[in-house]
Design a protein around this ligand. Structure first.
Ligand code: C2E
Ligand code: MG
Ligand code: MG
Ligand code: MG
Length: 287
């Protein structure tokens, strides 16, 4: 009967809710232990200057290698880490590890790079954010200009006045600031004038569709023009094809990042890639 069917559906719904809740609980309790068990690792993805082909930056991207769950992608745990507040100690670990790595690469003679680190809303809300970043810079010896903080537009909506003040404090440290996933969030164009931002990162949903969809292409062209009119640099994320690269080059995008050049890779692999690219660029320049 329909009634019985309804009950079965409800039962099914309840079971899948339970499964989802259980999965969440499992991940949450595993997440609590992940830091002490040293299960996190950073992978690094190059950012290239379009005019020279040189690697000028690198984004640190968090990975979680759980002994039973396997490699857990950030999308599966960053939200939960944010809700539980665990993102604060995890984010502090990311900041320390990324800055120490950048300083180690400088000491090893790698070409100069800016290390980009993602900041979450919860981290942005910490009253000691500026001091904690200053402490990491002092502790690792990384020059502030070698660090870039990636922020999303969602961080600015709650309290614009606080956000502006905080961004100025961060700028006063000497670090660079970028807006990640630009164009996907709440975009008030007016804040771009008043916020001390250095870089716009065009979200990969726009970049991924520039070969097919002329509306997306128009958006990419507009973001590049907007950035340049405001004296900001612009990076295209998620570049996967030669066609996308050619389009971005034709429209004078400053930098590119994406699988076309490299996926995010472990530190040793990144160092080899950066060395090889630097010799390639030098050979090109002297040819
Ligand atoms: P995001 O900051 O926008 O990072 C870029 C994401 O795009 C990365 O995914 C990267 O692997 C992926 N990507 C890069 N190039 C391509 C491409 O050509 N094609 C495609 N399809 N994808 C590409 P990932 O590493 O899975 O990270 C996802 C998100 O998780 C990040 O997006 C960021 O929001 C968050 N996240 C990662 N690491 C951290 C962290 O240390 N702290 C915080 N708060 N968030 C992080
Ligand atoms: Mg990012
Ligand atoms: Mg992004
Ligand atoms: Mg993102």
């Amino acid at each position: 009967s329909a009634k019985k069917l309804g009950r079965n559906c409800y039962q099914f719904f309840e079971d899948s809710m339970n499964e989802e809740a259980q999965e969440r609980l499992r991940i949450e309790s595993a997440l609590r232990n992940a830091l002490v068990r040293q299960e996190f690792v950073l992978h690094y993805q190059p950012q290239l200057d379009l005019a020279t082909g040189a690697i000028v930056g690198v984004e640190a991207l968090l990975r979680w290698q759980h002994p039973e769950l396997g490699m857990v992608a950030p999308q599966r745990f960053i939200g939960l880490a944010e809700e539980t507040g665990l993102i604060v100690p995890i984010g502090a670990w990311v900041m320390r590890t990324a800055c120490a790595q950048a300083q180690a690469w400088r000491a090893a003679g790698l070409p100069p790079l800016r290390m980009a680190v993602n900041l979450s809303a919860r981290q942005f809300a910490q009253p000691d954010l500026v001091q904690s970043i200053a402490a990491v810079l002092a502790e690792t010896g990384l020059p502030p200009a070698c660090l870039e903080l990636e922020l999303t537009e969602s961080l600015f909506v709650d309290d614009v006045a606080r956000a502006v003040a905080l961004l100025h404090e961060l700028k006063n440290l000497g670090v660079a600031l970028s807006i990640d996933d630009f164009g996907t969030g709440y975009s008030s164009l007016s804040y771009l004038r008043t916020f001390p931002i250095d870089v716009l990162k065009i979200d990969r949903t726009f970049v991924g569709q520039i070969d097919g969809d002329s509306d997306q292409a128009a958006i990419v062209v507009s973001i590049i023009a907007l950035a340049h009119n405001l004296q900001l640099k612009v990076i295209a994320e998620g570049v996967e094809t030669a066609e996308q690269l050619a389009f971005l080059r034709a429209h004078e995008c400053d930098q590119v990042q994406g699988y076309y050049f490299s996926r995010p890779v472990p530190a040793e692999e990144f160092a080899a890639l950066a060395q090889a690219t630097a010799s390639g660029v030098a050979a090109l320049a002297s040819a």
